[in-house]
Design a protein around this ligand. Structure first.
Ligand code: ATP
Length: 593
């Protein structure tokens, strides 16, 4: 079961790690500096507009309404409208610029991460399951969207507004400012509690979302097995259960928020009431004017919003930093298959010299001191019990991993010294089940060499005898394969895989023979295609069928990570060892072959 977004230790960063991650994100945001500065300019304009409003109102009341001066009142109203409109327009522009920078940053991050993932070796994909990577690219990037689109600017805007508002309030009336600030200790204590509670609630929600996604993913991917055993009811019951806890966690988190925001709002009303009450008393003593009291009330309203925003921002920063940190971990993983400098020749022996191997991240050696030389154009079959290490030998020969000890050479060149481009051109791996992408049969074959002409493409299909087969389809090789090739039969999907290899025209073919059985008719077509593809090439095949083994020049028996026997069918049968026993067992179990 993969976890789309379960809570891990990575979700809780300490303050130092949070700062480090944010600093790195800021550095990555450097290309968007201009846009961010433009946004900041608009922040200043809109903030000043918001705060200027109350000052104009004060002027209108004290100099216009009180003395009955209509001109002053009219001018104040016009100025107020202009300032509010300006603040609105600036806020709009600020929003556009902030989002432009934020989306740009996310786009750059997404592309960088995707490109990085594409360059990784198999060892990386052993470590990160596809579900986890998809979660990094979707859920984690989503969770930092709020920060990069809003957070940073909101923080600056809120702090700017609070500071300017306080200065304005002090300059209007220090007595009223002290009165209004009386409620702040309560707000500070409540904010701290809110940060703690809401962070905990957020982590629980995240965990529940992860569990829910897992249920969903399994329910959809495994639907055939579920239906085969009539377990739909049970699956739905589990999904209902998981949704119930997700619902509860959301409700709890909403309760935490409403409690806090309700309190801040009440404190805002309380501060306003105090300002009006004590302001009235101060006015009667001639200390403040009515306009000042009204301006105060308006300023307080403007002040409480950023206070609330700042508390929320704390959590946004926490969750975004955790998400960024996880993405950075991926970006910091260097591909462990490095490019060499030598071009590989077309011809030459493939030599495996004293190779031992343990999969990255494990200690157990799955291969020990294996040495095999495969002659130019020779067909070698790798056989042995399940888990013996046959596929591992094949993967090393194609440099999907590097040996832990020893070396593998083609034409005398260590594969580690070869350029990856020439390596992938000279050595092609045909997996058991080739992945098919959305698109036509032709598109799928062309993936192996996008620069191939239509004629080359047809020739590749023709070489393996697949052109006739696909030619019978209504749209020929332009037939859509649908998702993962569901339009094609298992044998046809294998033909596409083989055509890909034919298009590259490699010197060495590494085949992992499909273990799934095809019907005899299709099997003949696939075998014929294979024969044609292997013609004139060095071929290493992880063999499961006796017919394939028989067609090999030599057979390497791998047992428990070691090369147990090596020779032709006749030699090994005569040797009377493991292969002879295996072969006898096969003969008796597969009378038709
Ligand atoms: P089969 O015929 O069943 O495919 P095989 O001989 O090809 O078996 P390998 O796939 O080479 O066997 O596996 C050899 C050993 O390495 C097994 O014990 C297997 O569990 C282990 N192994 C295979 N792939 C990995 C991996 N990616 N990470 C860690 N261990 C692995």
């Amino acid at each position: 079961m993969f976890r789309m977004g379960g809570v891990t230790d990575d979700d809780k960063l300490d303050a130092e790690a949070t700062r480090r991650v944010l600093r790195r994100a800021l550095r990555m945001g450097a290309p968007f500096k201009k846009t961010v500065f433009a946004a900041l300019g608009f922040v200043v304009v809109s903030t000043l507009g918001i705060l200027l409003g109350p000052v104009i109102v004060r002027h209108g009341i004290d100099r216009g309404i009180e003395p009955g001066d209509r001109d002053v009142l009219r001018n104040a109203v016009i100025a107020y409208v202009v300032v509010v409109a300006m603040a609105y327009l600036a806020a709009r522009q600020q929003y556009i610029f902030v989002n432009r920078a934020g989306e740009g940053f996310l786009r750059a991050l997404r592309i960088r991460a995707f490109d990085h993932i594409q360059k990784q070796s198999l060892a990386f994909f052993d470590r990160y399951q596809s579900g986890v990577l998809i979660s990094r690219m979707t859920a984690d990037i989503e969770s930092m969207a709020e920060l990069v689109q809003w957070g940073l600017l909101q923080f600056i805007a809120a702090v700017f507004l609070i500071v300017i508002a306080l200065i304005l309030m002090l300059s209007l009336s220090w007595q009223l400012t002290i009165v209004a600030l009386l409620v702040f200790p309560v707000i500070i204590v409540a904010s701290r509690k809110f940060q703690r509670d809401s962070n905990a609630a957020y982590l629980v929600v995240r965990e529940r979302v992860g569990e829910n996604l897992s249920e969903l993913q399994e329910g959809i991917s495994g639907v055939r097995v579920i239906q085969a055993y009539a377990q739909e009811g049970e699956q739905t019951r589990q999904f209902v259960e998981s949704n119930r806890s997700l619902y509860r966690s959301h409700v709890h988190s909403i309760r935490v928020s409403t409690w806090y925001f309700g309190l801040v709002e009440t404190m805002g009303v309380f501060a306003t009431a105090l300002a009006i009450g004590i302001g009235g008393w101060l006015e009667s003593r001639g200390d403040v004017t009515v306009g000042t009291i009204v301006a105060f009330v308006l300023l307080l309203a403007a002040l409480f919003e950023p206070v609330q925003q700042l508390s929320q921002l704390y959590n946004t920063v926490q969750s975004s930093a955790a998400a960024l940190n996880k993405l950075f971990t991926i970006l910091d993983t260097e591909p462990d298959i490095r490019d060499g400098e030598r071009e590989l020749d077309r011809r030459g022996e493939l030599t495996v010299e004293h190779v031992s191997f343990a999969y990255p991240g494990t200690d157990a050696r799955v291969l020990r001191d294996v040495s095999i030389t495969v002659g130019d154009g020779e067909r070698l079959a790798l056989v042995g019990p399940t888990g013996a290490g046959k596929s591992t030998v094949a993967k090393l020969m194609a440099r999907l991993y590097d040996p832990t000890e020893g070396s593998i050479r083609l034409g005398g060149v260590d594969l580690r010294d070869a350029t990856l481009a020439s390596l992938r051109q000279r050595v092609v791996v045909v997996p058991q089940e080739g992945f098919l992408f959305g698109g036509s049969i032709a598109d799928n074959v062309r993936i192996a060499r996008p620069s191939a002409t239509d004629a080359e493409l047809r020739e590749a299909l023709d070489v393996i005898g697949a052109l006739d087969r696909f030619g019978d389809f209504e749209h020929g090789i332009d037939t859509e394969v649908r998702e993962r090739g569901s339009r094609l039969s298992a044998g046809e999907r294998q033909l596409v895989s083989l055509a890909r290899a034919a298009l590259v025209d490699p010197a060495v073919l590494v085949l992992d023979e499909a273990t799934s059985n095809l019907d005899p008719g299709t099997e003949v077509i696939v075998e014929r295609a294979l024969d044609r593809l292997m013609d004139g090439r060095t071929t290493i095949v992880v063999a499961h069928r006796l017919s394939t083994i028989r067609r090999a020049d030599r057979i390497a028996v791998i047992d428990n990570g070691e090369l147990a026997e090596l020779g032709s069918h006749g030699e090994l049968v005569a040797l009377g060892g493991r292969y002879a026993a295996l072969s006898a067992a096969w003969e008796s179990s597969q009378p038709t072959v």
